[in-house]
Design a protein around this ligand. Structure first.
Ligand SMILES: [Zn+2]
Length: 340
């Protein structure tokens, strides 16, 4: 069966954020040698997302605002989210690169894949940039799968250490996209409490696993086994998308979690297994945060081993952890909607 598709491109280095900013071009540069050395990975060339594609989830006027930054030597949407003249092109290529990967998976050219892009996307709202994010790449991708490929149930699992406020808000009244997030809480951006479960037709299709600082591999694994995997299976997704940040890593300078490379690989394993069992292995990850270069490099290496394998026997690990009380509170909230 076709292998793993990879999107990565030097043009993702053209988005400059200024000295000292954690979301820096080196985050992609550190991955280029790793990908170039791997002969078995299939490179999927990125393309810029069109205005219509960005408008699947963004307000047209907002897209225009981002476009105008191309002519400004320096601009900042907020204190965290600066742009340089190359930012708009990089952001279009980030969203479009993910769409190219999704097309490659839908056509069967590749089985699954990972898009290593920047700027990241999951904080971007319909009308605004925030939290280092300009366009919400994963949300554009989910909507593209529904509108252009006719899918009806898309699962997004967001294991970035921050809550993906933008992604949640875009789909929280919509049962066609199930949004599941693990994140440190309370923490930036402030959203993602466990009782945020979606509303109207989307009630029950937003799953927030809000964790206190200090959770590591064992806690994440227990949460996946007890909550994420059962919900994902019951939803019967037609495509599994992963907002893959690596800032829950114990080395990360911004957050306070203790996940290791093996922990990320275990999460990838679990989601690839869901994809294998429910949707012909269709699974695509996209880079969100992660600010320690060694942590990103090593985590990506292990996660890609899982993508190459498709599924492998689950890594050994404890089924219980220091997180059981927190996970039980989440289970109680979500058991209104799912068999848990
Ligand atoms: Zn993050």
């Amino acid at each position: 069966m076709a292998g793993t598709g990879i999107v990565i491109d030097r043009r993702y280095l053209d988005h400059h954020t200024g000295a000292g900013h954690p979301e820096r071009p080196e985050r992609i540069a550190v991955l280029l040698p790793l990908i170039e050395a791997a002969a078995d990975l299939i490179r999927v060339p990125p393309r810029p997302a069109s205005g219509d594609e960005l408008a699947l989830v963004h307000d047209g006027g907002y897209v225009e605002e981002v476009a105008e930054t191309e002519h400004k030597p320096w601009f900042a949407f907020d204190a965290d989210t600066p742009t340089s003249p190359g930012s708009y092109a990089a952001a279009r290529l980030a969203a479009g690169g993910f769409l190219a990967l999704l097309d490659a998976i839908m056509s069967g050219a590749v089985r699954n894949g990972f898009a290593f892009v920047r700027p990241p996307g999951h904080h971007a709202e319909r009308h605004r940039a925030m939290g280092f994010c300009l366009f919400n790449n994963v949300a554009v991708g989910a909507e593209y799968l529904r509108r252009r490929h006719g899918l009806q149930r898309v699962l997004i699992v967001d294991w970035d250490v921050h809550h993906g406020n933008g992604t949640q808000h875009l789909f929280e009244s919509d049962p066609g996209v199930l949004y599941v997030s693990t994140h440190q809480y309370p923490f930036y951006p402030g959203t993602g409490a466990i009782d945020e479960v979606g509303y109207n037709d989307g009630e029950g299709y937003t799953v927030n696993l809000a964790f206190p600082a200090g959770f590591g591999d064992a806690e994440y694994r227990e949460a996946f086994q007890k909550i994420v995997e059962p919900i994902a299976r019951q939803y019967e997704p037609q495509f599994v998308l992963i907002s893959a940040g690596f800032d829950a890593h114990l080395r990360d300078p911004l957050a306070g979690m203790q996940v290791t490379e093996s922990g990320f690989a275990a999460m990838a394993h679990a989601l690839l297994t869901v994809a294998c069992q429910h949707c012909d292995s269709r699974c695509a990850a996209i880079l969100e945060g992660g600010y320690d270069l060694q942590a990103i490099h090593n985590s990506v290496q292990q996660v890609l081993d899982e993508f190459r394998a498709g599924t492998v026997p689950p890594p050994p690990g404890p089924a219980s952890s220091r997180g059981s009380a927190v996970i039980e509170r989440i289970r109680r909230v979500q058991s209104r909607y799912w068999r848990l």
